[in-house]
Design a protein. Structure first.
Length: 329
């Protein structure tokens, strides 16, 4: 939220939040270190991956407008002062399609919320529908849950948020209510401060400079998939995926400390989808490769050579064995 101008209904919203907050904002007891696991859950396309990237301070989870962009449990680590936050970004819980892929993704969500110290239940500020309700049903009443009302910057009438929060209070015993925008640095700082109070006093699990537990090979696969979805828009079905065939590291030359040689296969379900990915005279797949290379070189501090191929595997998303072979548990 911006500080310069108080939007309509801002005073009502702030007083409402004071009444709803269940925990005092007093400082936590002195301790050497705090560390805990925080699950980020919600329906598809509510901004979970964008929120994770903002909380970590660096892009580690891909984003796009296409639903189900996130398909794996992705851990993001942020160490601040004496506290280490270990965030888990989960796929959006899917209720529309009951194929093998979506059953695998929903299993990932269920696994993530079962053994954590805190849950961030992400919804769009002022909105709540059946898809949100399905996710809320999964949450244990034994684990503290923050209602993260994201995309507050898109709400035109802030005065509508206070009564909406009262309605949300009836749906679940939320520990805190956090209206915010993942794009606002002050909101992210405030959310980190709230999360810190729920984390136990214990030794850190990761080194101070670690940002994720995912491998560079995984990051390469996800980056190709992000560029694929961004450059094909709604034309390409969400079931398309990416498999890394080769990921080799060599000593670099000159300023580059290392060189990475990557070969990846984009898997689609139909010949028409293959043609769509390749594009006119190969222009689209060339652009996917170029944008992937540029982003990976920046993220991994290496010179990158990447080759992309496209294969058709009809019906793979409803084949349990093939779903597992493509890395989905």
């Amino acid at each position: 939220m911006q500080d310069a101008v108080a939007p309509e209904g801002q005073d009502d919203l702030e007083s409402m939040l004071k009444g709803l907050h269940r925990r005092a904002a007093a400082g936590t007891p002195a301790a050497d270190q705090r560390c805990g696991l925080i699950a980020i859950v919600g329906k598809p396309n509510v901004g979970k991956s964008t929120l994770l990237n903002a909380l970590v301070g660096q892009k580690i989870s891909i984003t796009s407008r296409k639903a189900q962009t996130t398909r794996h449990r992705i851990t993001g680590i942020h160490t601040l002062g004496k506290t280490q936050f270990v965030f888990v970004d989960t796929p959006g819980f899917q209720t529309r399609h009951n194929n093998a892929l979506n059953r695998s993704l929903n299993k990932t969500v269920l696994g993530a919320v079962g053994d954590v110290d805190l849950i961030l239940f992400v919804v769009e500020a002022g909105m709540f529908n059946q898809a949100d309700a399905k996710v809320l049903e999964l949450l244990s009443k034994e684990v503290p849950t923050l209602l993260v009302a994201n995309k507050l910057d898109q709400v035109t009438r802030r005065s509508d948020i206070a009564p909406w929060l009262q309605q949300m209070q009836q749906r679940h015993a939320f520990a805190e209510f956090v209206p915010m925008s993942a794009k606002n640095a002050k909101d992210i700082e405030r959310l980190l401060g709230i999360c810190e109070r729920f984390l136990p006093e214990q030794a850190w699990w990761y080194a101070q400079d670690e940002l994720t537990d995912r491998s560079e090979k995984f990051l390469a696969s996800e980056t190709v998939r992000e560029k694929l979805f961004r450059l094909t828009g709604d034309e390409l079905p969400y079931t398309s995926t990416v498999v890394i065939d080769k990921f080799e590291e060599e000593p670099g030359r000159g300023k580059q400390k290392r060189l990475l040689r990557i070969a990846a296969t984009i898997v689609v379900e139909r010949d028409t989808h293959k043609a769509m990915v390749i594009g006119d005279k190969g222009e689209r797949i060339k652009r996917i490769g170029t944008e992937t290379r540029v982003e990976l070189e920046r993220a991994l501090d290496a010179k990158v050579f990447i080759e992309l191929w496209v294969k058709v595997r009809s019906g793979w998303a409803d084949d349990e064995a093939r779903v597992r072979s493509f890395g989905y548990q």
